[in-house]
Design a protein around this ligand. Structure first.
Ligand SMILES: NC(=O)c1ccc[n+]([C@@H]2O[C@H](COP(=O)([O-])OP(=O)(O)OC[C@H]3O[C@@H](n4cnc5c(N)ncnc54)[C@H](OP(=O)(O)O)[C@@H]3O)[C@@H](O)[C@H]2O)c1
Length: 313
């Protein structure tokens, strides 16, 4: 079958290790095949091409964590991207880490990982949810306890996780501030209902939850914007992972710095319901036919995107 896969690890030029071509397809015992209709790209795919979290002995590895498609019973399904995995130190892995990923004509998945897609949600919209949107939801609702929050700050708001956090925060009725390095992205953030702020800019109030996926370039600002008792929730470090932390601020303000990874199937179901009811709409930057996967990757790594890049079959 046609697949987009890592053929060689390239730490400094990740896209040069991407191949779109034929690979065999097999279905492990107890798993089911899903005919992929739409998938979406994540920064995770770029890390994989760089060799972060993907050793050379697992190549060729099909990329992709996210897929929406059709199961053997003809149902429209969304694939929950987390697979229980005793071989992994975290106790789980994502598609494309140990098991072939979703950027292919078909993906094999445990049956319990398939969620029905409700009416009114397209394959392309559903395919945005499993990694970026689920992570944002778990960060805000579960780790960040947004229900108790007044205001929220989202750093680097052009990205997949960040646009999701903005949209979900607004849908939850919260005041959302969001930074981005680029004016056109700050304009788009405002259209989503957030107050756009320049990187490092002063906010009119302190916030109770900060959504951090950028890391080193924004972390000091995240700390300074935090209200007493605030939760700074970290899921990634696109801009560098060695952030400086002023511990005096942590204890004096009783701040919580919380790590966050992915989310639960129940949370993914809640996101699907929020989509179906029209409370949120995934922010899609661009859609490409699968044959143009390489162009889609170039778009993802350009830094010029706002929201999710979707591949369609
Ligand atoms: N732990 C988990 O479960 C989990 C799940 C999903 C993602 N992640 C991680 O979260 C991060 C974001 O993922 P994504 O898929 O949303 O990525 P993405 O769509 O590529 O977004 C990255 C965003 O980060 C900002 N950024 C990048 N470099 C920056 C820098 N040097 N200074 C300031 N801002 C910078 C940019 O925002 P502006 O251009 O708007 O400034 C950019 O839009 C990645 O590191 C990813 O690995 C973790």
């Amino acid at each position: 079958m046609r697949a987009a896969y890592v053929s060689s690890l390239q730490p400094d030029a990740p896209l040069s290790g991407l191949t779109v071509g034929e690979l065999p397809f097999s279905v492990p015992d107890g798993w089911v095949p899903v005919a992929v209709r739409a998938s979406s790209l994540n920064q995770h795919d770029i890390w994989s091409l760089r060799g972060v979290g993907l050793p050379a002995d697992r190549l060729p590895m099909i990329l992709g964590c996210d897929a929406a498609g059709v199961d053997p019973d003809g149902r429209a399904v969304l694939v929950y991207p987390v697979v229980q995995d005793k071989a992994d130190p975290r106790g789980y892995s994502l598609f494309s880490e140990r098991h072939p990923g979703t950027l292919a004509e078909q993906v094999a998945a445990p049956r319990e990982n398939l969620l029905p897609i409700p009416d009114g949600v397209s394959f392309a919209e559903a395919a945005c949810l499993p990694t970026a949107w689920l992570t944002a939801y778990h960060m805000l609702v579960t780790r960040g306890r947004a229900a108790d929050a007044g205001a929220i700050l989202v750093q680097g708001a052009g990205g997949g996780v960040a646009t999701a956090a903005v949209a979900i925060g607004v849908a939850l009725g919260k005041k959302v501030y969001a930074t981005s390095r680029e004016q056109w992205k700050r304009d788009r953030i405002s259209e989503l209902g957030a107050v756009a702020v320049e990187p490092g800019g002063r906010l009119p109030e302190r916030v109770d939850v900060v959504i951090e996926s950028v890391g080193e370039p924004t972390f000091e600002h995240s700390m300074k914007c935090a209200a007493p008792g605030a939760r700074i929730v970290v899921c990634g470090a696109t801009g560098g992972h060695l952030a400086r932390v002023d511990l005096r601020r942590v204890f004096a303000m009783q701040l919580e710095i919380l790590g966050s990874s992915m989310g639960t199937p129940g949370e993914l179901g809640e996101l699907l319901e929020m989509c179906a009811s029209g409370r949120i709409r995934p922010v899609i930057d661009s859609r490409y036919p699968f044959a143009e996967a390489a162009k889609a990757f170039a778009r993802l790594s350009s830094g010029e995107l706002f929201g999710k890049v979707v591949l369609e079959h």
